[in-house]
Design a protein around this ligand. Structure first.
Ligand SMILES: [Zn+2]
Length: 118
């Protein structure tokens, strides 16, 4: 396995060796963390969060709710068509991936699958 070490990214030396979790170049003393797997695959960027119809959502977007949503601790539901301004994309609980404030309900997390970008 050690004969497949990548060359030094700084000076292209092929005499790199492993030191713990790091790779080390003996020629320029550069130390770096080896990329896991295919470097092209490792850099797949930020994950995309899409709304109910497949639009990519971004922080600050305004969305509307596409179905009635029961709210824990509230007698009323969030109605279809409720506009939610300034959403924030988060890695929330379960598959809740939108952090927002709904007028009349306050701050909460929603699933991107129940909203549509305006
Ligand atoms: Zn080097």
């Amino acid at each position: 396995m050690t004969d497949t070490l990548p060359p030094c990214p700084e000076c292209s030396s092929v005499y790199t060796y492993e030191m713990g979790a790091l790779l080390v170049c003996p020629e320029c003393a550069h130390e770096w963390e080896p990329a896991e797997g295919d470097p092209a695959e490792a850099s797949d960027g930020p994950r995309e969060i899409r709304d109910a119809v497949g639009n990519v959502l971004q922080d600050g977007d305004t969305v509307t709710v596409v179905k009635d949503l029961k709210v824990k601790g509230s007698a009323t539901a969030i109605k279809v068509g409720t506009k939610v301004r300034g959403i924030r994309l988060v890695d929330g609980v379960g598959d809740h991936d939108i952090d927002c404030k709904v007028d009349g309900f306050g701050p909460m997390q929603l699933k991107s699958s129940v909203v549509k970008k305006v």
